[in-house]
Ligand binder design. Structure first.
Ligand SMILES: [Zn+2]
Length: 226
């Protein structure tokens, strides 16, 4: 009853399309749940996503949950997770993504989830790390633990926009630092990020943790540009 009155006064809207949500809906309307473009997980390789990673390093899987397009609903959704403080949306989508992972692959070969670390200064400015919110959701569905601390981002990478992929990759390798290698030694680590464009950031972190002793690396972006 109380929820119904609140809904009348302050209607909750869908984070994907901004339409008013029904009482039974949460975060996303049923239409967005059905229509948001999802390419599927565990696609046979090579595929459009694996081509962003192939040839750069040895890894097991590369997944994305949503397809990202300029001006589309997924972009709108990701924007709110990243810049509008919608941490609960990140967790909600992480839970959904994790439950889909459960359908495909059980038991998992992933030992740990590593959200891409955010530079401390940026984390202070924003107040949260969106990759961590998504990772928390995935972890709660799959029961795969998250690595807390131990790996840091020691530089911001805003200046990479005008560099090509090779240059980016080299610069990015210096962006991350493994403080506590014992956390990842011998483990298969699933690296999680919010959006993936070139894959260079994920690759750089993957390379770094492999050098530090991780047994295997896989990648999962909540949304990726095709
Ligand atoms: Zn919607």
């Amino acid at each position: 009853m109380f929820k119904r009155i609140l809904q009348l006064l302050y209607p909750e809207v869908c984070f994907g399309c901004s339409m008013t949500l029904l009482e039974s809906e949460e975060i996303l309307c049923s239409r967005c749940r059905l229509e948001l473009p999802r390419p599927g997980l565990f696609l046979p390789k090579p595929n459009w996503l694996s081509l962003k990673f192939d040839g750069w390093m040895d890894y097991q899987d590369a997944h994305c949950f949503f397809l990202f397009s300029e001006g589309g609903r997924v972009q709108h959704l990701m924007h709110q997770i990243k810049y509008k403080g919608a941490q609960d949306v990140g967790r909600f989508l992480g839970v959904w993504c994790g439950s889909e992972l459960n359908k495909y692959n059980w038991p998992f070969t992933y030992d740990l989830i590593l959200p891409i670390p955010m530079h401390a200064q940026r984390a202070r400015d924003r107040g949260y790390n969106q990759a961590q919110c998504i990772a928390e959701g995935i972890s709660s569905s799959t029961q795969i633990p998250i690595i807390w601390g131990g790996i840091e981002r020691i530089k911001n990478s805003q200046t990479l926009i005008h560099q090509n992929r090779q240059e980016r990759f080299q610069v990015l390798e210096e962006v991350f630092q493994v403080i506590n290698p014992s956390l990842i030694q011998g483990k298969h680590v699933l690296i999680v990020d919010d959006t993936l464009t070139t894959g260079a950031t994920m690759l750089a972190l993957g390379q770094k943790i492999k050098t530090a002793g991780a047994r295997q690396v896989s990648f999962l972006a909540l949304a990726a540009l095709q």
